[in-house]
Design a protein around this ligand. Structure first.
Ligand code: PAF
Length: 283
């Protein structure tokens, strides 16, 4: 498998591969790959000649230094996992910070039309400027035709679509379904930091979202909000950071149900210092 650490080298390789019927898929990741990432790479392989997977823990999207330090880094294992999908049609870009950022590791400020002020944006200062900056930079280096993102980070997915619209980059953004453990727990690189007790109890998060979906037709948003808070109040392992039902396009919190709109429920929960997020379509 080809593994590049330099933007000049990967750009040169991609340029030599391009021909008339060539299409390039791209899966940006922060590594610590799991079955969820592999499902994105499989989707990309099904639709493209070649797939680039970037493995880069992006410092500018972390507002919490210890979260950045503790983020799992497992490049050798990541490469082995990707090799199980294809040794020739998948290539890895695992750059250093200076290779992508140059001399200054700073994020550009974006106006995402309000998408950035909801949920994750309220609790992780500057997070989406960091995401927008790195994804734009990676798109400029890799120049993919299509890029694949998981719906677990649904707000991120909407923001990346907006970033592409604002910057007029010619890349198609595809959202892929959330990969779940057998108990429904959404797969995430951060899950590797959970204890066996936390993993065993983790079904609570998705079960709560499924109950919310059940209740959505018959109960008011206020009632559902209180019901979710009650599921987590005094929980020995999980602390609720936020729960929000939002309109799927604008991500604005629901006021009154409108039959013509689609809604999603979003949740963020802490298990000690490990932050877990999930979401579900409600209608
Ligand atoms: O979802 C992620 O893993 C990251 O936010 C991304 C898109 C790779 C940007 O660093």
């Amino acid at each position: 498998m080809r593994v590049y650490t330099s933007n000049a080298e990967i750009s040169a390789f991609i340029a030599t591969e391009k021909h008339a019927s060539f299409s390039l898929g791209f899966v940006p990741t922060m590594g610590a790959l799991h079955a969820g990432h592999l499902s994105l790479v499989k989707a990309a392989l099904a639709e493209n000649t070649l797939v680039v997977v970037s493995v880069f823990v992006n410092p500018t999207q972390f507002d919490n230094p210890s979260d950045l330090t503790n983020y799992p880094r497992t490049l050798t294992k990541d490469i082995q996992l990707l090799e199980t999908l294809s040794k020739t049609r998948v290539i890895v870009y695992a750059p250093t910070v200076s290779d992508v950022y140059g001399a200054e590791t700073i994020a550009t400020h974006f106006d995402f039309g309000g998408l950035e002020s909801q949920m994750e944006g309220k609790f992780r200062m500057g997070h989406f400027d960091g995401v927008g900056t790195i994804v734009k930079r990676l798109f400029e280096i890799v120049k993919p035709d299509t890029a694949y993102f998981g719906e677990k980070d649904f707000q991120q997915l909407q923001i990346i679509k907006k970033m592409v619209e604002i910057t007029q980059l010619t890349v198609t953004i595809v959202g892929c379904p959330i990969a779940r453990e057998p108990n429904g727990f959404a797969m995430s690189s951060r899950n590797s930091r959970l204890s066996s007790e936390e993993l065993e109890a983790s079904d609570l998060i998705y079960k709560t979202l499924l109950s919310v979906k059940d209740k959505f037709n018959s109960e008011s948003p206020e009632y559902i909000q209180q019901w979710v808070s009650a599921q987590f109040s005094n929980h020995p392992l999980f602390e609720l950071e936020y729960f929000q039902i939002s309109e799927s396009k604008t991500l604005e919190p629901i006021q009154q149900k409108n039959q013509t709109k689609t809604y999603r429920a979003f949740i963020a929960v802490f298990a000690r210092d490990v932050r877990l997020i999930d979401n579900i379509a409600l209608n």
